[in-house]
Design a protein around this ligand. Structure first.
Ligand code: PCA
Length: 214
């Protein structure tokens, strides 16, 4: 049995839903075999979200921790490769804060890599018929903040915990009045399930080319 912590986010930037939490809660309700899943909804607030994640890790003691967030405008499921040590908010968070060029951890490394098999996850998703790719940036907003916080926690205190982050597209109901890509929440949930099962079963990542020129 693999103990898994998955997190989604509350809605932000004036939205009414956040597909990351909608999908994560579906995955937890579905109880995939072999996985003991705890789902936690994080605030979209710098600092607070990291503290909520830390408390959840302490409460659950997971083997695997996967953060999930919405990346509106992206057309596919993206496995994040790297978390960077900077907060630079395009819009205020849900507490009205808008940090610019602030380190997440003062004196911390510039970046951490995901320790999940991101290439194997992309391959498994594509095989399952779900559009997926590797992303080279998780942005500089609350998702990257939580991802960096997770990887810093792992690097400094919990070396056996495996962790990473996935961004998901808008849900269709968020884009009914504009030409923007979306993915049904049930498909996003199926994708998260596939990622968890692939990450559990895969210790050495595939050498799949998934780079980008920008
Ligand atoms: N997406 C935002 C924060 C919360 C969310 O779901 C981001 O990409 O940073």
């Amino acid at each position: 049995m693999t103990r898994v912590l998955i997190t989604g986010f509350e809605p932000f930037d004036g939205a009414e839903v956040n597909p990351s939490w909608e999908a994560v809660s579906l995955v937890a309700a579905d109880r995939p075999a072999g996985l003991e899943i705890t789902a936690v909804r994080l605030s979209c607030v710098f600092g607070t979200a990291r503290e909520e994640l830390r408390a959840a890790i302490e409460a659950v003691g997971p083997d695997l921790a996967l953060g999930v967030g919405q990346a509106g405008g992206r057309p596919d499921i993206t496995l994040e490769r790297v978390a960077i040590n900077v907060d630079d908010a395009r819009v205020p968070d849900n507490a009205g804060h808008r940090p610019v060029d602030q380190p997440i951890v003062v004196g911390g490394p510039a970046a951490y890599f995901s320790t999940l098999p991101i290439k194997a996850c992309v391959a498994a998703l594509r095989t399952a018929g779900v559009p997926a790719s590797v992303s080279q940036t998780a942005g500089t907003y609350v998702c990257n903040h939580v991802f960096y916080g997770l990887m810093h926690h792992i690097a400094t205190e919990l070396p056996t915990l495996r962790g990473g982050f996935v961004h998901v597209p808008f849900a269709p109901e968020q884009v009914v009045d504009r030409a923007a890509p979306s993915l049904p929440v049930a498909l996003t949930a199926a994708a998260i399930r596939t990622i968890l099962l692939t990450a559990t079963a895969t210790r050495t990542d595939l050498p799949l080319a998934a780079g980008a020129t920008h």
